[in-house]
Design a protein around this ligand. Sequence first.
Ligand SMILES: C[S@@+](CC[C@H](N)C(=O)[O-])C[C@H]1O[C@@H](n2cnc3c(N)ncnc32)[C@H](O)[C@@H]1O
Length: 296
Amino acid sequence: MFQQTAVPVGLLSNISLPKITLSDKSFSMWRKFIFDNTGIYFQNNKKYLLESRLLRRVNYLGLSSFEEYFNYVIDTTNFSKEISHLYDAITINETFFFRNQPQFDSLVTTIIPELIQNKITQGITKIRIWSAASSSGEEAYTAAMIISELVKPKFPNFSFEIIGTDINKAVIEAAKKAVYREYSLHQTSPYYIKKYFNRNGNFYELKPEVRSMVSFKTLNLYDTFAVKQMNNFDIIFCANVLIYFNAESKARVVSNLYDSLNRNGYLFIGYSETLNGVSKAFKLVSFPKTIGYKKE
Ligand SMILES: C[S@@+](CC[C@H](N)C(=O)[O-])C[C@H]1O[C@@H](n2cnc3c(N)ncnc32)[C@H](O)[C@@H]1O
């Protein structure tokens, strides 16, 4: 044991820490544990990435090996708190506003009008949208801005409920605060920036009218029981997260999302992702410069 009490990482920068490495045996143990809990699968070539991410927690907790950290996490007295720090450490949260513009265009031109036609026949006046791996909220808030700008004026009698979820607690807290750096806005037009953000130095704070359209909570997509509580969605974004799963976990997550969608609802995944070999349940629908997966 190197040191038991938690030391803030910043204070460690001047201290020389013993070099520890993730052995192949330990890598296999950690990979299985992470996969079983999250569906995230670290390929062999991602061993050093996992090592550097885990090292943050090992150092923070003052532990002396990855095996010791493993025992720390699975200890029932630490598990519920530390598992969330572990998820925060190992996930990659890259995102930005208007990341996949053609998907948002298809919502406005085709999908929402089509959904609204169906809803009217059922006497329903609400559309429900879920950003299922929302990171710090940019995708969910993009949907909110687009709806506010281009959909609401045409369909004033319809309400839109937007929910963002992520396994990473820290990014969900950031999403709730809705204060962003310039990078998040690099694909946002000056019109939207001016209309929907308040600038404060290098930070951009989303205006309350957009913030109030979206709610956020932590949710692990690999936890079937938790996902079963997410029902009756008309549109689900699950973008740029399937790439971190393997065939088995992708199939489970996509099947859960299928169950969370209403009939005639749509699933959007990332630009470089596909459901080929993952699910045959959806109908592939083409839109200009993008595709969606429809539940018929
Ligand atoms: C690269 S970001 C994508 C964010 C956004 N969807 C986009 O496309 O810009 C991937 C997100 O998936 C989340 N994630 C990874 N595994 C997850 C899981 N099992 N359940 C829920 N979220 C997960 C990560 O925490 C991360 O914030």
